[in-house]
Every structure is written in C-alpha cells, then in structure tokens.
Design a protein around this ligand. Structure first.
Ligand code: SF4
Length: 379
C-alpha cells in the first residue's frame, strides 16, 4: 500500500462519534439522538467496526478525538467499555493527543479523574455564550454560572489543555455582549478557542424558522464586523488565528487532530455519521444508530457513501481546505498556468492573500472568502 497514511511520520487520526445528546439544540446539524437506551447496542456496533478496520491496516494513531453528540453523557462504565474497545483494536503513540468534548453540565471531579486515567489530555467544552439570555435563545442546557463552575473544576483537576467553543452572529447578540463573553472566557486562560459563526442549515429548527421568516439573522456586513473584531481581539491577546474559526494560544496549542482534516492527513471515523479519509478516498457512515447497529450485526459495513477523488478534485480540495488555514497552500498548486499567476498577483495586491517562500496564506480578509478562493484557481 503506498498511501501516505501508514508511515510513522504521518500517522492517521481517530475520530469516534458519540451519537447521544440529552436535548437537541435548534441550530445543530450534527447527528445525534436523545434516546440513550441504545448506548449498549451502539457500543457493540463500535466494537465490530473497530475490528473491521484493525484488520485493514488502520492500527496506530497519533490523535484521538471523541466527539458527537455529547461524549460527556457516557457514564464511567460506558467510557471504560469504549476505551477498552479502542485499545484492544488500535494502538496510540505515547504522546498522542486525546480530546473529548464535554457539556459544562456534565463536568464533575470524578468524570475528569476518569478521563485522566484513560489518558485523555485535552478537553473541548461547548460553552457558546456567557450571556444567560443568549444561552436560552440557543436552548443550551447549561447556564453561564454552570460554565464558569465547569472551568473551575477542569482547572483544579489539573487540565491545562482545554478548548472553549463559542458561537456568534445570531440576531440579538451585540458587540458588547460578545466582547463581554470573550473577555470572561479569556480570564479562564484556555489553550484554544473555537469561535463559530451561527449557520442556519436547512434541516434544523432554526434553519426552517429562517426560511419561514420567523428568525431574523445578522446582515453579511454585521457578520463581517463580528469576524474581524473577534480575530483582531484574540490576536491582540496572544492567540494565533490558525484556521477560519480556530485560535490557539501558541503553535503548540493548535488542535493536532483537526489539523489532519485541513491538511488532508488520513483519519478514520468510527460511529454513525462519521467520515473517513485515506489518501485519495473518502467514505462516510449512515446517520442512524439503528441502521449502524443492524448493518454491523449482519456483518456489513455501515458505510453509505464513498468517493475517489480525481487528481483535479484532489487539488481543488487541497485548496479548499488549505485556504481555511494560516498555513495556506503550496504555490505550485495554484500557479501552474499564467491565469493562476495573474490571479495571485491581484489577490496579493488587494490584501486577500500573502505569501512567504512557497506558501500562499489567506489574510483576515482572505479568511472571509476562504470558500470562494479555490474557485479563483480552478483551471
Ligand atoms: S450542539 Fe452539541 S449538545 Fe446541542 S444537539 Fe448538537 S451535538 Fe448535541
């Protein structure tokens, strides 16, 4: 196999999708269900899926990301089972980055101690806002006080490598309330921040309300101002804006697992709705716990889609992902034709990209149109 994945320098990452949430947030497009009675069947499915891939050359990983859904809903026995299954099937390098997502309401000293015992060394806490009214609007189950308490527990249990998820760009949020949330979050000294702009996906309650005109949204200009303010403010406070929505307190705090997605390093996704990538091929699992369990029980894979990228598709994908990051793209991927060179000159003079050596990177203004940049270099 001469795929770039399996040598030691470039090990794949492992993602595990926990498909359970206590309640559904109206803006969320991730797959999850609120019926936790399927946890046992899901764990059996995970065991079978891990077995399939462990026999296929996916053996060693240098990152683990347990996401969802709400992974912190898994009780200690559930987590112990899951970690046992992963350790039986796969191996992890000694300094592997191991992240788990948590809801502030679930944080307890005993759960944190268990995480440590399992080798989890990075936490991602879904806070979204520290304004009680905004949290009610987003229908989060925690309060701002609850989030503060959760962070105190995280810090007192010795976790320093923790990330906070925040959300901005929804109607009713003001520059003042957002600045207050950011300031208070910075006082916690997180290693990493993810600041997501609210997107209204069609399949979500908020998406439907927006289509029916029952939910106001910010104008593009307001969204642009929030984005620029966030980037400048966090950079002034020592964070590296290393991806459109992600900020790290120094290069060493960058999410190693998520970088694999943007750098097209292979990763394996386990669980319903999980996506995988290996060299030139992508595949993804069904978005149903029931189907996932049934298929695996019948000895079948839960995969419902697969694509093999042509070299031009792979090049465009490399640009699409690369232009989302500070690391940017390789100049050879965009200027093989004279039209590419002209476009690069234009974008550089208008402050959309900058380049150093062979890397072409988006500026803040480039981040704002990151999704459109690759199209400007499609030959
Ligand atoms: S935002 Fe998180 S907690 Fe809310 S429904 Fe989505 S996965 Fe569940």
């Amino acid at each position: 196999m001469n795929e770039p994945t399996m040598n030691k320098k470039n090990l794949p990452g492992l993602y595990v999708h926990i498909p359970f949430c206590k309640t559904k947030c109206p803006y969320c497009d991730f797959y999850s269900i609120t019926d936790a009675s399927l946890t046992e069947s899901w764990l059996e499915g995970v065991q079978k899926e891990v077995l399939i891939y462990s026999k296929e050359g996916f053996s060693a990983f240098d990152t683990l990301y347990i996401g969802g859904g709400t992974p912190s809903l898994l009780d200690e026995q559930g987590l112990e089972r899951l970690m046992g299954i992963l350790r039986d099937g796969f191996s992890f390098v000694p300094d592997a980055e191991a992240t788990i997502e948590m809801n502030p309401d679930d944080v307890t000293p005993s759960l944190l101690a268990r995480y440590k015992g399992f080798g989890i060394n990075r936490l991602s806490l879904g806070v979204q806002s520290l304004q009680e009214e905004e949290l009610r609007f987003l229908q989060r189950r925690h309060t701002a006080v609850g989030a503060e308490r959760a962070v105190e527990l995280i810090k007192s249990s010795g976790f320093r490598n923790f990330s906070i998820d925040l959300m901005y760009g929804f109607h009713g949020q003001t520059r003042k309330s957002w600045a207050d949330t950011l300031n208070r979050v910075l006082s916690w000294e997180p290693a990493h921040l993810s600041c997501y702009q609210l997107t209204l996906s069609g399949g979500t309650p908020f998406g439907r309300m927006a289509t029916e005109g029952r939910l106001n949204r910010m104008t593009e200009e307001q969204e642009r101002r929030f984005f620029i303010h966030t980037s400048r403010f966090l950079q002034e406070n020592g964070f590296v804006h290393y991806e459109v929505s992600n900020f790290a307190r120094g290069e060493e705090c960058v999410s190693r697992h998520n970088m694999k997605y943007w750098q097209r390093t292979p990763y394996l996704g386990i669980g319903p709705s999980a996506h995988s990538f290996r060299g030139k091929e992508r595949w993804w699992n069904c978005r149903s716990v029931q189907d996932y369990c049934c298929l695996l029980l019948e000895g079948k894979r839960p995969v419902v889609g697969r694509e093999r990228l042509s070299s031009e598709q792979a090049r465009l994908e490399k640009l699409l992902l690369g232009f989302r990051t500070k690391n940017g793209v390789d100049i050879d991927d965009i200027v093989s034709q004279s039209s590419g060179r002209e476009m690069l000159a234009q974008l550089t003079s208008s402050g959309i990209v900058s380049f150093a050596g062979k890397r072409v990177s988006p500026t803040i203004n480039g981040y704002l149109i990151a999704d459109r940049l690759p199209l400007m270099f499609s030959f």
